[in-house]
Design a protein around this ligand. Structure first.
Ligand code: AKG
Ligand code: FE2
Length: 204
């Protein structure tokens, strides 16, 4: 039942943190509406980041929206947020209620095809504080997502992120586990991902 899935989602992590998967957080009509709105209405950019002392192009497009007073940085880049659009604000307000926090920003990722990806990482920047709550919405093509324990590099936990789904990560999940979105065959259709975050001001 939909209501059961929404109100008692399963924790995918066996210990140290929570990753709750809600397959139908958005209806398929809402998912299509948001997908087309964000495809053309978001100011997508391909950033270059520092990796192992080299500047490399990220294998995806990104954009940051949220509180303009609080910039956000990771992997040696600093991003200045654009203010929330009405659609992003609508999603933020629904996720605030669901997660019981007030999200300040959303980092958006556009995976143009299966060749675009995101490598193993943890979202554990200082500006996210201890045990951050991260709400991740998927739109468009279904893609594989994986967790593995940060220290042991095992076990590996695999799931398919459906269009309209929510993955809510909290507790110790960003300390104890890393995650990735691996490459797949390049013919895969585009996917948009939104990760809502609570980013603390540098002065706080
Ligand atoms: O695209 C995804 O599902 C993952 C995004 C992610 O891990 C991130 O933005 O930190
Ligand atoms: Fe992440």
């Amino acid at each position: 039942m939909l209501s059961k899935q929404i109100f008692s989602p399963v924790n995918l992590l066996p210990h140290e943190g929570e990753a709750l998967y809600v397959p139908s957080f958005l209806s398929s009509e809402e998912s299509s509406r948001f997908f087309s709105k964000f495809s053309s209405g978001i100011r997508w950019n391909q950033e270059t980041i520092w990796m192992f002392g080299k500047r490399v192009m990220q294998p995806r497009l990104t954009a940051l929206y949220g509180d303009p007073a609080i910039p956000y940085g990771y992997s040696g880049i600093s991003m200045q947020p654009y203010p929330f659009t009405p659609e992003l604000l609508e999603l933020k307000q629904r996720l605030d209620v669901f997660a019981g926090v007030s999200f300040s920003h959303v980092l958006l990722n556009f995976y143009r095809n299966g060749g675009d990806s995101m490598g193993w990482h943890r979202d554990n920047e200082k500006s996210l504080g201890n045990n951050p709550v991260i709400a991740s919405i998927s739109l468009g093509a279904e893609r594989r997502f994986q967790f593995r324990h940060y220290m042991n590099k095992a076990p590996k936990i695999d799931l398919m992120l459906a269009s309209g789904s929510l993955l809510l990560m909290k507790g110790e999940s960003q300390q104890a586990w890393e995650h990735q979105l691996p490459k797949v065959s390049a013919s895969t259709a585009p996917r948009i991902n939104l990760t809502f975050r609570v980013i603390q001001s540098a002065k706080a």
